[in-house]
Design a protein around this ligand. Structure first.
Ligand SMILES: Cc1ncc(COP(=O)(O)O)c(C=O)c1O
Length: 434
């Protein structure tokens, strides 16, 4: 542990002189398109607290964008990294086999909520895991079409960018995009027309109708390799999929031989109050993609699926130079062990309950908080002009909320389909571990 202060402590105005100087160098040396949600430069962190280069202590609600469900620099993960670094930093899984790599694959196969024999491909990033999942689904089904949802975020490589929804922020000027992707509405109940006059069941029914219509109007089911879904949309605005919708998806996939891919890169690894978000739905995916919090902060990801599906790509068709990097695998094993030993799913439910009550209380007093939603500790507030109109709050005002929080020692990020809509209070990681 590098420091022990557990509360916000501000010594300078924010950003302080050190942050300003480093951020100026960043701006001069990195492309303008690489955004940042705060003007702060961070030196070290532990648990839920981060210390900036000027010695200010801030509370981190971003958890490194959903990466730190075990908190910053947990001793067990740090030690695992240190020990492995002294033994072997890299050999490449394409050259030889290492113990941490095999143990991690075995562990993920043991815990993934998919029945029967499983196999796990270890990747470097979430986007790469999604690429692997799609390639595998195509190879396994001999079909090409992929169904993705409005509001989805699956990454920034060309294929995953094509699967990603929000155009203006993530896709502008980057096309042409990958073909054979069909986009359908996500059950974003808060924003449905006539939302106030319909029950949730009626809203789900309406969105489901449009899904079924898409299987006639846009693509026929027999051409579809996979449906890819975030059980709780992350970047799209922290929207849990209604259980009934997920069950219907599973049934439709079964009927037509379509594979169901659950992208749990953001919502997995205890954040929603279960180890895997799919455990809330009572149905299993065929393939699950993981990243972020599985590595305790190290860049690592995984594609876990039914063995018969995962074995379908040809010999040599999968892999990358760093797949199964031993340090990242050792860190991941330690992070997963920590989640299990400390029962962080239960902690996420506990922390999430407290946070949700507080946010709902704030909502009753503050008219620009239109909605409070999420699952477990994966919570967000949706900001609006006013609750009656539900008009998404202008981007400048949303950013001013995020900036106000940062200036007062709390790190947050915004998300949401409407560029201006969500100030994300991702109580994930750091809050779970604090
Ligand atoms: C649901 C989801 N899928 C995929 C990704 C892409 O992961 P990465 O940034 O590691 O490529 C993200 C990243 O935020 C995500 O939230």
């Amino acid at each position: 542990m590098t420091h022990t202060r557990k509360h916000i402590q501000l010594k300078t105005e924010l950003p302080g002189p050190g942050s300003r100087a480093l951020v100026a160098r960043r701006d001069a040396s990195m492309p303008a398109g690489f955004a940042k949600s705060t003007p702060l430069a961070i030196k070290r962190a532990h648990g839920a607290m981060v210390e900036d280069v000027d010695g200010n202590m801030l509370l981190d609600f971003t958890g490194g964008i959903g990466v730190l469900n075990v908190g910053h620099t947990p001793t067990e993960v740090v030690e695992a990294i240190r020990a492995q670094a002294g033994e072997l930093i890299h050999i490449s899984g394409l050259v030889a086999t290492t113990e941490p790599h095999v143990r991690l694959a075995e562990k993920l196969c043991a815990i993934a909520p998919i029945p029967g024999p499983k196999k796990a491909m270890i990747n470097n990033s979430g986007a790469e895991a999604v690429e692997t999942a799609i390639a595998t689904a195509r190879a396994a089904t001999g079909r090409q079409a992929i169904i993705a949802f409005e509001g989805a975020y699956h990454g920034r490589t060309l294929l995953t960018q094509s699967l990603t929804s929000k155009y203006a922020l993530f896709k502008k000027n980057f096309g042409p995009f990958a073909p054979e992707i069909y986009r359908v509405p996500y059950p974003y109940l808060y924003r449905m027309v006539a939302a106030d006059t319909l029950t949730d069941e009626q809203k789900v029914e309406l969105v489901w109708e449009s899904f079924e219509r898409a299987l006639v109007a846009h693509v026929m089911p027999e051409a579809v390799a996979a449906v890819i879904v975030e059980p709780v949309q992350g970047e799209g605005g922290f929207i849990p999929m209604p259980v009934e919708f997920m069950r219907r998806l599973r049934a439709t996939c079964d009927r037509y031989g379509i594979l169901l891919i659950a992208d749990e890169i953001q919502c997995g690894m205890a954040r929603t109050g279960k180890m895997f978000a799919m455990e809330h739905f009572g149905v299993s995916p065929d393939i699950i993609t993981l990243a972020k919090s599985m590595g305790g902060g190290m860049p690592i990801a995984a594609t876990v699926g039914r063995a018969e599906v995962m074995d379908k790509p040809h010999l040599g068709g999968l892999g990358g130079t760093y797949s199964g990097n031993p340090i990242a695998c050792a860190a991941s094993l330690a992070a997963i062990q920590l989640i299990e030993d400390q029962d962080l799913p239960a902690r996420a439910r506990h922390v999430g309950g407290i946070a949700c009550d507080r946010l709902k209380d704030m909502q009753s007093r503050i008219d620009i908080i239109g909605d409070v939603r999420g699952l477990g500790a994966m919570l967000a507030i949706e900001l609006v002009d006013d609750r009656a109109s539900k008009k998404p709050l202008a981007v400048e005002r949303t950013l001013s909320v995020v900036n106000y929080a940062a200036r007062n020692g709390v790190l947050m990020i915004r998300c949401g389909l409407y560029q201006m809509a969500c100030a994300s209070c991702s109580r994930s990681s750091s809050a779970i571990a604090s």
